[in-house]
Design a protein around this ligand. Structure first.
Ligand code: F6P
Length: 322
């Protein structure tokens, strides 16, 4: 049966570019003759019927803004059978035949459950962590990298003036993808990530000592949050090398800001693809970036995939330190 009305929601941690994805979903769905319902606060809004109609004008210009106009939340009730049933009943009551769920793996797990309850679902990957196994790229990563990079470049100026070491903690949850990107882009002395064993003596102290002999007077050490606290690393660096050390935890700054062109374009392509899937009567799909293309996969298969570590980028990061 053709879908006349679709719902769109954002769930989990926000990511710059979510708004651009919402806009693409709304505009492309309307262009295909569908009505679009915005659902507030992720699956919470679905369970509570917290919805409103989105027309073409309601998403004017939102692609320039970070965050999500639909708000976002992590919903515990939706993890229960009763919660999923309630959400599916609300969809049927409102005539919503398909849902586009924008977020990470947790969001896709919810979409899978909803699909099993008879509502068509498509997921769109959005997280600054870029840790979703089924897709090479998730919306928000590029903006977060650039935001972090801008701060690290500023830190380098003051570290150089005072001949200090800056230990910068970046987000990423259990993934080192964000740390590795900003580490390579900023020319960090060391990048500590959870995917590789951390050997402070070899990867940090020795490099700093070697640098000192070559008159390198300042250092940037990037620590992925999945490795541990930057404070502990900074203390160890100071004790081992005597270098004056300062800590910066970039935190949620990395999640905000106007999305980059790359994120806006990825979000727009993915949003349109999600609507194409629903219009074609597909369900239980997740939109993915694969090589230079946007494809879609079965959610269950996607969730079973293992994240691929970017070995070549890691190798490059090790080859360019001194
Ligand atoms: O998944 C995105 C992310 O920003 C992670 O990098 C981080 O570990 C986590 O969310 C922080 O979550 P919260 O916003 O709930 O503190």
């Amino acid at each position: 049966m053709a879908i006349n009305t679709i719902g769109v929601l954002t769930s989990g941690g926000d990511a710059p570019g979510m708004n651009a994805a919402i806009r693409a979903v709304v505009r492309s769905a309307i262009a295909s003759g569908m009505q679009v319902i915005g659902i507030r606060r992720g699956y919470n809004g679905l369970i509570n019927g917290d919805t409103f109609e989105l027309d073409a004008r309601s998403v004017d210009g939102i692609q320039t803004r970070g965050g999500t106009m639909l708000y976002t939340a992590r919903c515990m009730e939706f993890k229960t059978e009763a919660g999923v049933k309630k959400a599916a009943d609300i969809c049927r009551y409102m005539g919503i035949g398909g849902i586009v769920a924008i977020g990470g793996d947790g969001t896709f797990r919810g979409a899978l459950d909803l699909s099993r309850s008879g509502i068509c679902t498509v997921g769109i990957p959005a997280t600054i962590d870029n840790d979703i196994a089924c897709t090479r790229y998730s919306i928000g990563f590029d903006t977060a990298c650039n935001t972090a990079l801008e701060s690290i470049d500023r830190l380098r100026d003051t570290m150089q003036s005072h001949e200090r070491c800056s230990v910068v903690e970046v987000m990423g949850n259990k993934s080192g993808a964000l740390a590795m990107y900003v580490g390579v882009a900023s020319g960090a002395t060391s990048i500590l990530i959870p995917e590789k064993p951390v050997d402070l003596e070899k990867d940090v102290f020795e490099r700093m000592r070697r640098g000192r002999i070559q008159h390198r007077n300042h250092h940037i050490v990037i620590v992925a949050e999945g490795v541990g606290h930057a404070d502990d690393i900074a203390k160890a660096i100071h004790e081992a090398t005597g270098v004056d050390t300062r800590v910066t935890v970039l935190g949620h700054v990395q999640r905000g800001g106007s999305p980059t062109a790359r994120d806006r374009v990825a979000a727009t392509r993915m949003g349109c693809r999600a609507v194409e899937c629903l219009a074609a009567g597909l369900t239980n799909r997740v939109v993915c970036a694969h090589n230079d293309e946007i494809i879609d996969r079965d959610i269950e298969e996607a969730l079973a995939m293992q994240p691929e570590f970017h070995e070549e980028l890691y190798r490059v990061s090790q080859m360019t330190v001194l």
